[in-house]
Design a protein around this ligand. Sequence first.
Ligand code: ATP
Ligand code: MG
Ligand code: ZN
Length: 512
Amino acid sequence: MVPKIASIGLFGLNAFPVKVEISVSQGVPDIVIGGLADRSVQESVMRIKAAMQNSGMRIGQMKCEINLSPSGVKKSGSGFDLAILTAVLAAAGYVPADLDGKAFIGEVSLAGDICGIPGALAMAIEAAQNGITELYLPAENAAEASVVKDLRVFGVSSAAELTAHLCGRKLLLPVKPEPIGADSFRSELDFADVKGQENVKGAIEVAAAGFHNLLMIGPPGTGKSMIAKRIPSVLPKMSFEESIETTKIYSVAGMLSGESPLVTRRPFRSVSHTASGVGLIGGGSIPRPGEISLAHNGVLFLDELPEFDRKVLETLRQPLENGEITISRAAGAITYPCNIMLVAAMNPCPCGNFGSAIKRCTCTMQQVSKYLGKISQPILDRIDIQTEVASVSYEDLTGNGKSESSAAMAERIAAAREVQRERYKGTEIRSNSGITPDLLHEICVLDEKAEAYMKLAFEKAGLSARAYDRVLKVARTCADLDGSEIIQKKHIARAVGYRSLDRKYWKNALPM
Ligand SMILES: Nc1ncnc2c1ncn2[C@@H]1O[C@H](COP(=O)(O)OP(=O)(O)OP(=O)(O)O)[C@@H](O)[C@H]1O
Ligand SMILES: [Mg+2]
Ligand SMILES: [Zn+2]
Protein backbone atom coordinates (compact mmCIF):
# COMPACT_ATOMS: atom_id res chain seq x y z
CA MET A 1 0.00 0.00 0.00
CA VAL A 2 1.26 3.45 -0.91
CA PRO A 3 0.73 5.67 2.12
CA LYS A 4 -0.92 8.98 1.32
CA ILE A 5 -0.45 11.59 3.96
CA ALA A 6 -2.54 14.76 4.06
CA SER A 7 -0.90 18.13 4.48
CA ILE A 8 -1.81 21.77 3.84
CA GLY A 9 0.08 24.33 1.76
CA LEU A 10 -0.11 28.08 1.99
CA PHE A 11 0.23 30.93 -0.48
CA GLY A 12 -0.41 34.31 1.09
CA LEU A 13 -3.59 33.79 3.08
CA ASN A 14 -4.82 31.01 0.82
CA ALA A 15 -4.36 27.53 2.21
CA PHE A 16 -4.79 24.49 -0.04
CA PRO A 17 -4.83 20.73 0.59
CA VAL A 18 -1.80 18.69 -0.47
CA LYS A 19 -1.36 14.92 -0.47
CA VAL A 20 2.06 13.42 0.13
CA GLU A 21 2.32 10.14 -1.78
CA ILE A 22 5.28 7.85 -1.29
CA SER A 23 6.48 4.99 -3.41
CA VAL A 24 9.33 2.82 -2.13
CA SER A 25 11.74 0.58 -3.96
CA GLN A 26 14.78 -1.32 -2.78
CA GLY A 27 18.04 0.46 -3.48
CA VAL A 28 20.43 3.06 -2.31
CA PRO A 29 18.68 4.82 0.58
CA ASP A 30 17.37 8.17 -0.60
CA ILE A 31 14.39 10.49 -0.69
CA VAL A 32 13.39 12.35 -3.88
CA ILE A 33 10.60 14.89 -3.98
CA GLY A 34 8.51 15.79 -7.03
CA GLY A 35 5.32 17.74 -7.64
CA LEU A 36 6.35 21.35 -8.37
CA ALA A 37 8.27 21.51 -5.12
CA ASP A 38 10.73 24.41 -5.06
CA ARG A 39 14.16 24.44 -3.47
CA SER A 40 12.86 25.22 0.00
CA VAL A 41 10.77 22.03 -0.17
CA GLN A 42 13.63 19.97 -1.64
CA GLU A 43 15.79 20.88 1.36
CA SER A 44 13.35 18.92 3.43
CA VAL A 45 15.21 15.75 2.36
CA MET A 46 18.34 16.79 4.23
CA ARG A 47 16.39 17.71 7.35
CA ILE A 48 14.36 14.52 7.38
CA LYS A 49 17.36 12.24 6.94
CA ALA A 50 19.17 13.94 9.82
CA ALA A 51 16.06 14.06 12.00
CA MET A 52 15.47 10.31 11.57
CA GLN A 53 19.06 9.48 12.33
CA ASN A 54 19.09 11.73 15.40
CA SER A 55 15.84 10.18 16.62
CA GLY A 56 17.27 6.66 16.33
CA MET A 57 15.29 5.68 13.21
CA ARG A 58 16.74 4.32 9.97
CA ILE A 59 15.71 4.60 6.35
CA GLY A 60 17.20 1.16 5.67
CA GLN A 61 17.52 0.17 2.01
CA MET A 62 14.60 2.33 0.92
CA LYS A 63 14.63 4.54 -2.12
CA CYS A 64 11.62 6.81 -1.44
CA GLU A 65 9.95 8.69 -4.27
CA ILE A 66 7.65 11.34 -2.99
CA ASN A 67 5.03 13.22 -4.94
CA LEU A 68 3.21 16.26 -3.63
CA SER A 69 -0.17 16.39 -5.33
CA PRO A 70 -1.87 18.22 -6.94
CA SER A 71 1.33 18.39 -8.93
CA GLY A 72 0.18 21.42 -10.93
CA VAL A 73 0.36 23.72 -7.90
CA LYS A 74 3.66 25.27 -6.86
CA LYS A 75 4.76 24.38 -3.35
CA SER A 76 7.29 26.14 -1.24
CA GLY A 77 8.42 26.42 2.36
CA SER A 78 9.32 23.97 5.07
CA GLY A 79 5.73 23.32 6.20
CA PHE A 80 5.49 19.97 4.35
CA ASP A 81 8.40 18.51 6.35
CA LEU A 82 6.23 16.83 8.95
CA ALA A 83 3.95 15.17 6.38
CA ILE A 84 6.92 13.95 4.32
CA LEU A 85 8.59 12.63 7.45
CA THR A 86 5.39 10.84 8.44
CA ALA A 87 5.15 9.29 4.98
CA VAL A 88 8.72 7.97 5.23
CA LEU A 89 8.07 6.67 8.77
CA ALA A 90 4.91 4.92 7.54
CA ALA A 91 6.79 3.36 4.61
CA ALA A 92 9.54 2.18 6.96
CA GLY A 93 6.99 0.70 9.33
CA TYR A 94 7.70 3.00 12.26
CA VAL A 95 4.09 4.20 12.30
CA PRO A 96 0.87 2.66 10.94
CA ALA A 97 0.21 3.49 7.29
CA ASP A 98 -3.50 4.09 7.75
CA LEU A 99 -3.61 7.77 8.60
CA ASP A 100 -6.96 8.75 7.08
CA GLY A 101 -8.51 11.90 8.47
CA LYS A 102 -5.18 13.10 9.84
CA ALA A 103 -3.11 15.97 8.44
CA PHE A 104 0.45 17.02 9.25
CA ILE A 105 2.12 20.41 8.96
CA GLY A 106 5.35 21.73 10.42
CA GLU A 107 9.08 22.11 9.91
CA VAL A 108 11.43 19.39 11.10
CA SER A 109 14.83 20.35 12.49
CA LEU A 110 18.01 18.33 11.99
CA ALA A 111 17.76 17.25 15.61
CA GLY A 112 14.25 15.90 15.08
CA ASP A 113 12.39 18.75 16.78
CA ILE A 114 9.23 20.17 15.20
CA CYS A 115 9.49 23.93 14.68
CA GLY A 116 6.74 26.52 14.34
CA ILE A 117 5.43 27.73 11.00
CA PRO A 118 3.57 30.84 9.84
CA GLY A 119 -0.07 30.70 8.80
CA ALA A 120 -1.21 27.80 10.98
CA LEU A 121 -4.68 29.26 11.52
CA ALA A 122 -5.46 29.58 7.81
CA MET A 123 -4.18 26.04 7.29
CA ALA A 124 -6.20 24.62 10.18
CA ILE A 125 -9.38 26.18 8.76
CA GLU A 126 -8.60 24.63 5.36
CA ALA A 127 -7.93 21.25 6.98
CA ALA A 128 -11.31 21.23 8.72
CA GLN A 129 -13.03 22.17 5.45
CA ASN A 130 -11.39 19.17 3.76
CA GLY A 131 -12.73 16.61 6.17
CA ILE A 132 -9.60 16.39 8.31
CA THR A 133 -10.51 15.58 11.90
CA GLU A 134 -7.04 15.47 13.47
CA LEU A 135 -4.34 18.03 12.77
CA TYR A 136 -0.75 17.47 13.89
CA LEU A 137 1.36 20.59 13.95
CA PRO A 138 4.20 22.24 15.91
CA ALA A 139 3.36 22.64 19.59
CA GLU A 140 3.91 26.39 19.37
CA ASN A 141 1.15 26.74 16.75
CA ALA A 142 -1.33 24.48 18.53
CA ALA A 143 -3.22 27.13 20.51
CA GLU A 144 -3.78 29.20 17.39
CA ALA A 145 -5.18 26.25 15.43
CA SER A 146 -7.33 25.04 18.32
CA VAL A 147 -9.91 27.78 17.79
CA VAL A 148 -11.12 25.95 14.67
CA LYS A 149 -14.32 24.01 15.29
CA ASP A 150 -14.62 20.23 14.66
CA LEU A 151 -10.88 19.68 14.56
CA ARG A 152 -8.77 17.83 17.12
CA VAL A 153 -5.44 19.62 17.28
CA PHE A 154 -2.25 17.93 18.49
CA GLY A 155 0.85 19.97 19.26
CA VAL A 156 3.96 17.94 18.44
CA SER A 157 7.43 18.84 19.64
CA SER A 158 9.56 16.02 18.22
CA ALA A 159 9.62 13.23 15.66
CA ALA A 160 9.96 10.69 18.48
CA GLU A 161 6.88 12.07 20.23
CA LEU A 162 4.82 11.82 17.04
CA THR A 163 5.95 8.24 16.42
CA ALA A 164 5.08 7.19 19.97
CA HIS A 165 1.63 8.73 19.62
CA LEU A 166 0.78 7.26 16.22
CA CYS A 167 1.87 3.80 17.41
CA GLY A 168 -0.22 4.17 20.54
CA ARG A 169 2.79 3.84 22.84
CA LYS A 170 2.37 7.25 24.45
CA LEU A 171 -0.66 9.26 23.47
CA LEU A 172 -0.68 13.01 23.09
CA LEU A 173 -3.73 14.89 24.28
CA PRO A 174 -5.56 17.19 21.89
CA VAL A 175 -5.12 20.85 22.74
CA LYS A 176 -8.18 22.35 24.42
CA PRO A 177 -9.33 25.54 22.76
CA GLU A 178 -8.58 28.35 25.15
CA PRO A 179 -11.69 30.20 26.21
CA ILE A 180 -11.74 33.40 24.24
CA GLY A 181 -11.94 35.75 27.16
CA ALA A 182 -14.01 38.87 27.05
CA ASP A 183 -11.86 41.77 26.04
CA SER A 184 -10.24 42.09 29.45
CA PHE A 185 -7.43 44.39 28.42
CA ARG A 186 -8.35 48.04 28.44
CA SER A 187 -5.89 50.62 27.31
CA GLU A 188 -4.61 52.73 30.21
CA LEU A 189 -4.70 55.77 27.97
CA ASP A 190 -8.03 57.48 28.51
CA PHE A 191 -9.78 60.38 26.82
CA ALA A 192 -10.42 61.78 30.30
CA ASP A 193 -6.81 63.07 30.16
CA VAL A 194 -7.56 65.22 27.12
CA LYS A 195 -8.67 68.69 28.21
CA GLY A 196 -11.08 70.60 26.00
CA GLN A 197 -11.06 69.50 22.33
CA GLU A 198 -14.72 68.45 22.62
CA ASN A 199 -15.25 68.86 18.89
CA VAL A 200 -12.30 66.58 18.12
CA LYS A 201 -13.57 63.95 20.53
CA GLY A 202 -16.95 64.25 18.83
CA ALA A 203 -15.33 63.64 15.44
CA ILE A 204 -13.55 60.59 16.82
CA GLU A 205 -16.83 59.28 18.15
CA VAL A 206 -18.43 59.49 14.71
CA ALA A 207 -15.36 57.99 13.02
CA ALA A 208 -15.16 55.05 15.43
CA ALA A 209 -18.92 54.44 15.33
CA GLY A 210 -19.09 54.22 11.53
CA PHE A 211 -15.48 53.15 10.84
CA HIS A 212 -14.77 56.30 8.83
CA ASN A 213 -11.32 57.62 7.98
CA LEU A 214 -10.21 60.63 10.02
CA LEU A 215 -7.75 63.50 9.58
CA MET A 216 -6.73 65.84 12.40
CA ILE A 217 -5.03 69.06 11.40
CA GLY A 218 -3.67 71.72 13.76
CA PRO A 219 -0.69 73.52 15.27
CA PRO A 220 1.99 71.71 17.29
CA GLY A 221 1.26 70.67 20.84
CA THR A 222 -2.51 70.74 20.61
CA GLY A 223 -2.86 67.07 21.44
CA LYS A 224 -3.26 65.39 18.04
CA SER A 225 -0.86 62.54 18.75
CA MET A 226 -2.18 62.29 22.31
CA ILE A 227 -5.75 61.99 21.04
CA ALA A 228 -4.91 59.43 18.35
CA LYS A 229 -3.23 57.13 20.86
CA ARG A 230 -6.46 57.04 22.85
CA ILE A 231 -8.62 55.83 19.96
CA PRO A 232 -8.13 52.12 20.84
CA SER A 233 -9.88 52.80 24.14
CA VAL A 234 -13.18 53.54 22.40
CA LEU A 235 -13.24 51.11 19.49
CA PRO A 236 -16.11 48.62 19.46
CA LYS A 237 -15.44 44.95 20.22
CA MET A 238 -14.40 42.66 17.42
CA SER A 239 -16.80 39.97 16.27
CA PHE A 240 -15.50 36.38 16.20
CA GLU A 241 -15.34 36.48 12.38
CA GLU A 242 -13.34 39.72 12.42
CA SER A 243 -11.06 38.23 15.02
CA ILE A 244 -10.37 35.16 12.86
CA GLU A 245 -9.71 37.33 9.79
CA THR A 246 -7.19 39.51 11.58
CA THR A 247 -5.56 36.56 13.34
CA LYS A 248 -4.97 34.84 9.99
CA ILE A 249 -2.94 37.84 8.85
CA TYR A 250 -0.86 37.94 12.03
CA SER A 251 -0.39 34.18 11.77
CA VAL A 252 0.92 34.46 8.20
CA ALA A 253 3.20 37.32 9.24
CA GLY A 254 4.47 35.17 12.14
CA MET A 255 3.40 37.88 14.57
CA LEU A 256 0.98 36.12 16.91
CA SER A 257 1.90 36.60 20.52
CA GLY A 258 2.32 33.42 22.51
CA GLU A 259 -0.17 34.59 25.14
CA SER A 260 -3.31 34.68 23.08
CA PRO A 261 -4.21 32.38 20.20
CA LEU A 262 -6.52 34.99 18.68
CA VAL A 263 -6.24 38.69 18.01
CA THR A 264 -9.27 39.86 19.96
CA ARG A 265 -8.55 43.58 20.13
CA ARG A 266 -8.80 45.78 17.09
CA PRO A 267 -5.27 46.49 15.91
CA PHE A 268 -3.86 49.99 16.18
CA ARG A 269 -0.82 50.24 13.91
CA SER A 270 1.11 53.46 14.27
CA VAL A 271 3.40 53.76 11.26
CA SER A 272 6.47 55.97 11.09
CA HIS A 273 6.84 58.30 8.10
CA THR A 274 10.10 56.57 7.28
CA ALA A 275 8.10 53.44 6.38
CA SER A 276 8.75 52.06 2.90
CA GLY A 277 6.05 51.22 0.41
CA VAL A 278 6.61 47.52 1.03
CA GLY A 279 6.38 48.03 4.79
CA LEU A 280 3.10 49.86 4.44
CA ILE A 281 1.39 47.93 1.64
CA GLY A 282 3.14 44.56 1.84
CA GLY A 283 5.54 42.81 -0.52
CA GLY A 284 8.73 40.81 -0.76
CA SER A 285 9.51 37.83 -2.97
CA ILE A 286 6.86 35.80 -1.18
CA PRO A 287 4.68 38.81 -0.40
CA ARG A 288 4.14 39.45 3.26
CA PRO A 289 1.25 41.53 4.58
CA GLY A 290 2.12 45.20 5.16
CA GLU A 291 1.05 47.53 7.96
CA ILE A 292 -2.21 48.29 6.14
CA SER A 293 -3.19 44.61 6.39
CA LEU A 294 -1.87 44.23 9.93
CA ALA A 295 -4.37 47.01 10.74
CA HIS A 296 -7.25 45.00 9.18
CA ASN A 297 -10.45 45.58 11.19
CA GLY A 298 -8.67 48.26 13.19
CA VAL A 299 -6.77 51.52 12.88
CA LEU A 300 -3.82 52.52 10.72
CA PHE A 301 -2.36 55.68 12.24
CA LEU A 302 -0.17 57.92 10.12
CA ASP A 303 1.19 60.74 12.27
CA GLU A 304 2.78 63.78 10.54
CA LEU A 305 1.12 62.82 7.26
CA PRO A 306 3.00 65.28 4.96
CA GLU A 307 6.31 63.80 6.11
CA PHE A 308 5.47 60.55 4.32
CA ASP A 309 6.86 59.99 0.87
CA ARG A 310 4.19 61.17 -1.53
CA LYS A 311 4.56 58.09 -3.72
CA VAL A 312 4.09 55.85 -0.70
CA LEU A 313 0.92 57.73 0.28
CA GLU A 314 -0.49 57.38 -3.21
CA THR A 315 -0.19 53.60 -3.02
CA LEU A 316 -2.88 53.76 -0.34
CA ARG A 317 -5.52 54.94 -2.80
CA GLN A 318 -6.70 51.59 -4.17
CA PRO A 319 -6.59 49.65 -0.91
CA LEU A 320 -8.46 52.42 0.92
CA GLU A 321 -11.20 52.21 -1.68
CA ASN A 322 -11.38 48.43 -2.00
CA GLY A 323 -10.57 47.18 1.49
CA GLU A 324 -8.02 44.77 0.06
CA ILE A 325 -4.61 44.86 -1.56
CA THR A 326 -3.30 42.61 -4.29
CA ILE A 327 0.44 42.14 -4.61
CA SER A 328 1.68 40.58 -7.85
CA ARG A 329 4.90 38.64 -8.00
CA ALA A 330 6.40 36.04 -10.30
CA ALA A 331 5.13 33.38 -7.88
CA GLY A 332 1.57 34.66 -8.36
CA ALA A 333 -0.74 37.33 -6.98
CA ILE A 334 -1.61 37.45 -3.33
CA THR A 335 -4.56 39.38 -1.95
CA TYR A 336 -4.63 40.51 1.65
CA PRO A 337 -7.63 42.21 3.21
CA CYS A 338 -7.20 45.72 4.63
CA ASN A 339 -10.51 47.00 5.84
CA ILE A 340 -9.14 49.78 7.98
CA MET A 341 -9.99 53.03 9.66
CA LEU A 342 -7.26 55.43 8.56
CA VAL A 343 -6.36 58.02 11.16
CA ALA A 344 -3.95 60.75 10.11
CA ALA A 345 -2.57 63.80 11.91
CA MET A 346 -0.69 66.78 10.55
CA ASN A 347 0.33 70.40 10.97
CA PRO A 348 -1.07 72.71 8.31
CA CYS A 349 2.35 74.10 7.33
CA PRO A 350 6.07 73.74 8.13
CA CYS A 351 5.88 76.16 11.11
CA GLY A 352 2.56 74.68 12.15
CA ASN A 353 0.53 77.85 12.64
CA PHE A 354 -1.12 78.39 9.30
CA GLY A 355 -4.82 79.09 9.86
CA SER A 356 -4.35 79.58 13.61
CA ALA A 357 -6.38 82.32 15.27
CA ILE A 358 -3.71 82.83 17.93
CA LYS A 359 -0.23 82.38 16.49
CA ARG A 360 1.20 83.84 13.31
CA CYS A 361 2.37 81.58 10.52
CA THR A 362 5.92 82.46 9.46
CA CYS A 363 5.87 80.41 6.26
CA THR A 364 5.60 81.82 2.75
CA MET A 365 2.46 80.95 0.79
CA GLN A 366 4.64 78.80 -1.41
CA GLN A 367 5.94 76.79 1.53
CA VAL A 368 2.41 76.25 2.83
CA SER A 369 1.25 75.25 -0.61
CA LYS A 370 4.06 72.78 -1.09
CA TYR A 371 3.51 71.28 2.35
CA LEU A 372 -0.23 70.77 1.91
CA GLY A 373 0.28 69.65 -1.68
CA LYS A 374 1.96 66.49 -0.44
CA ILE A 375 -1.51 65.22 0.37
CA SER A 376 -3.24 64.70 -2.96
CA GLN A 377 -6.90 65.37 -3.57
CA PRO A 378 -7.73 61.69 -4.17
CA ILE A 379 -6.27 60.84 -0.75
CA LEU A 380 -8.17 63.72 0.90
CA ASP A 381 -11.35 62.59 -0.84
CA ARG A 382 -11.09 59.27 0.97
CA ILE A 383 -10.94 60.89 4.38
CA ASP A 384 -14.55 61.38 5.41
CA ILE A 385 -13.94 63.18 8.64
CA GLN A 386 -11.53 66.08 8.74
CA THR A 387 -11.24 68.00 11.94
CA GLU A 388 -9.28 70.97 13.12
CA VAL A 389 -7.45 70.64 16.40
CA ALA A 390 -7.10 74.18 17.75
CA SER A 391 -4.96 75.30 20.68
CA VAL A 392 -6.56 74.48 24.02
CA SER A 393 -7.64 77.52 26.00
CA TYR A 394 -5.84 78.21 29.28
CA GLU A 395 -9.13 77.78 31.14
CA ASP A 396 -9.75 74.38 29.61
CA LEU A 397 -6.22 73.22 30.28
CA THR A 398 -6.03 74.34 33.90
CA GLY A 399 -9.69 74.21 34.93
CA ASN A 400 -11.21 71.40 36.93
CA GLY A 401 -13.82 70.79 34.28
CA LYS A 402 -14.19 67.06 33.86
CA SER A 403 -13.33 65.68 30.46
CA GLU A 404 -15.46 62.81 29.29
CA SER A 405 -13.93 59.38 29.82
CA SER A 406 -13.25 56.77 27.15
CA ALA A 407 -15.81 54.47 28.77
CA ALA A 408 -18.65 56.94 28.23
CA MET A 409 -17.66 57.48 24.60
CA ALA A 410 -17.19 53.76 24.02
CA GLU A 411 -20.70 53.05 25.27
CA ARG A 412 -22.33 55.34 22.70
CA ILE A 413 -20.05 54.02 19.96
CA ALA A 414 -20.92 50.41 20.81
CA ALA A 415 -24.65 51.25 20.74
CA ALA A 416 -24.33 52.84 17.29
CA ARG A 417 -22.37 49.81 16.07
CA GLU A 418 -25.09 47.50 17.37
CA VAL A 419 -27.68 49.38 15.30
CA GLN A 420 -25.47 48.85 12.24
CA ARG A 421 -24.93 45.17 13.02
CA GLU A 422 -28.69 44.61 13.08
CA ARG A 423 -29.25 46.64 9.93
CA TYR A 424 -26.55 44.88 7.91
CA LYS A 425 -27.33 41.31 9.05
CA GLY A 426 -27.06 38.92 6.12
CA THR A 427 -25.09 41.39 3.99
CA GLU A 428 -21.36 41.88 3.50
CA ILE A 429 -21.57 45.36 5.00
CA ARG A 430 -19.97 45.75 8.44
CA SER A 431 -20.40 49.45 9.14
CA ASN A 432 -21.72 52.62 7.57
CA SER A 433 -18.42 53.39 5.85
CA GLY A 434 -18.88 50.16 3.88
CA ILE A 435 -22.38 50.85 2.53
CA THR A 436 -22.41 49.73 -1.10
CA PRO A 437 -23.61 52.15 -3.82
CA ASP A 438 -26.66 50.03 -4.65
CA LEU A 439 -27.97 50.29 -1.09
CA LEU A 440 -26.92 53.86 -0.35
CA HIS A 441 -30.29 55.50 -0.91
CA GLU A 442 -32.25 52.70 0.69
CA ILE A 443 -30.18 52.95 3.85
CA CYS A 444 -29.67 56.71 3.95
CA VAL A 445 -33.18 58.15 3.99
CA LEU A 446 -33.31 61.90 4.49
CA ASP A 447 -36.25 63.97 5.72
CA GLU A 448 -37.35 66.97 3.67
CA LYS A 449 -35.22 69.57 5.44
CA ALA A 450 -32.17 67.34 5.28
CA GLU A 451 -32.77 66.82 1.56
CA ALA A 452 -32.94 70.59 0.99
CA TYR A 453 -29.80 71.20 3.04
CA MET A 454 -27.89 68.51 1.18
CA LYS A 455 -28.83 70.08 -2.16
CA LEU A 456 -27.66 73.47 -0.94
CA ALA A 457 -24.40 72.08 0.39
CA PHE A 458 -23.74 70.15 -2.78
CA GLU A 459 -24.27 73.18 -4.99
CA LYS A 460 -22.66 75.82 -2.77
CA ALA A 461 -19.71 73.81 -1.51
CA GLY A 462 -19.06 72.11 -4.82
CA LEU A 463 -18.86 68.60 -3.39
CA SER A 464 -17.64 65.91 -5.77
CA ALA A 465 -19.78 62.86 -6.46
CA ARG A 466 -17.47 60.76 -4.30
CA ALA A 467 -17.71 63.32 -1.51
CA TYR A 468 -21.51 63.31 -1.82
CA ASP A 469 -21.72 59.54 -1.20
CA ARG A 470 -19.31 59.81 1.66
CA VAL A 471 -21.20 62.68 3.32
CA LEU A 472 -24.33 60.53 3.25
CA LYS A 473 -22.53 57.66 4.98
CA VAL A 474 -21.14 59.92 7.70
CA ALA A 475 -24.59 61.48 8.17
CA ARG A 476 -25.95 57.93 8.57
CA THR A 477 -23.51 57.42 11.44
CA CYS A 478 -24.42 60.77 13.04
CA ALA A 479 -28.08 59.70 12.92
CA ASP A 480 -27.23 56.28 14.39
CA LEU A 481 -25.40 57.92 17.29
CA ASP A 482 -28.52 60.04 17.73
CA GLY A 483 -30.84 57.02 17.70
CA SER A 484 -32.64 58.29 14.58
CA GLU A 485 -33.58 56.01 11.68
CA ILE A 486 -34.25 59.03 9.44
CA ILE A 487 -31.33 61.34 8.63
CA GLN A 488 -32.14 64.88 9.71
CA LYS A 489 -30.75 68.25 8.72
CA LYS A 490 -28.47 68.41 11.76
CA HIS A 491 -26.89 65.10 10.79
CA ILE A 492 -26.20 66.29 7.23
CA ALA A 493 -24.86 69.60 8.55
CA ARG A 494 -22.47 67.79 10.85
CA ALA A 495 -21.26 65.49 8.08
CA VAL A 496 -20.77 68.38 5.63
CA GLY A 497 -18.89 70.26 8.35
CA TYR A 498 -16.42 67.39 8.54
CA ARG A 499 -15.54 67.97 4.90
CA SER A 500 -14.93 71.69 5.10
CA LEU A 501 -11.23 71.60 5.88
CA ASP A 502 -10.02 70.61 2.49
CA ARG A 503 -11.60 73.80 1.22
CA LYS A 504 -10.18 75.93 4.02
CA TYR A 505 -6.62 74.64 3.74
CA TRP A 506 -6.25 73.08 0.32
CA LYS A 507 -8.09 75.49 -1.95
CA ASN A 508 -4.89 77.50 -2.41
CA ALA A 509 -2.62 74.53 -2.44
CA LEU A 510 -4.32 72.54 -5.15
CA PRO A 511 -6.65 73.18 -8.01
CA MET A 512 -10.08 72.05 -6.73
N1 ATP B 1 -5.92 68.92 25.07
C1 ATP B 1 -4.91 68.58 25.88
N2 ATP B 1 -5.16 68.19 27.14
C2 ATP B 1 -4.16 67.82 27.95
N3 ATP B 1 -2.86 67.83 27.59
C3 ATP B 1 -2.55 68.20 26.34
C4 ATP B 1 -3.56 68.60 25.43
N4 ATP B 1 -2.97 68.92 24.27
C5 ATP B 1 -1.65 68.73 24.45
N5 ATP B 1 -1.39 68.31 25.70
C6 ATP B 1 -0.07 68.00 26.25
O1 ATP B 1 0.88 68.36 25.28
C7 ATP B 1 1.65 67.22 24.88
C8 ATP B 1 1.94 67.29 23.41
O2 ATP B 1 0.77 66.99 22.68
P1 ATP B 1 0.82 66.16 21.33
O3 ATP B 1 2.14 65.56 21.14
O4 ATP B 1 -0.35 65.27 21.27
O5 ATP B 1 0.64 67.36 20.29
P2 ATP B 1 0.53 67.29 18.73
O6 ATP B 1 -0.70 68.05 18.39
O7 ATP B 1 0.63 65.92 18.26
O8 ATP B 1 1.78 68.16 18.30
P3 ATP B 1 2.69 68.05 16.98
O9 ATP B 1 1.91 68.74 15.90
O10 ATP B 1 3.90 68.82 17.32
O11 ATP B 1 2.93 66.63 16.70
C9 ATP B 1 0.82 66.05 25.29
O12 ATP B 1 1.60 64.91 25.56
C10 ATP B 1 0.12 66.53 26.51
O13 ATP B 1 0.93 66.40 27.65
MG1 MG C 1 2.06 64.95 17.12
ZN1 ZN D 1 3.55 78.21 8.89
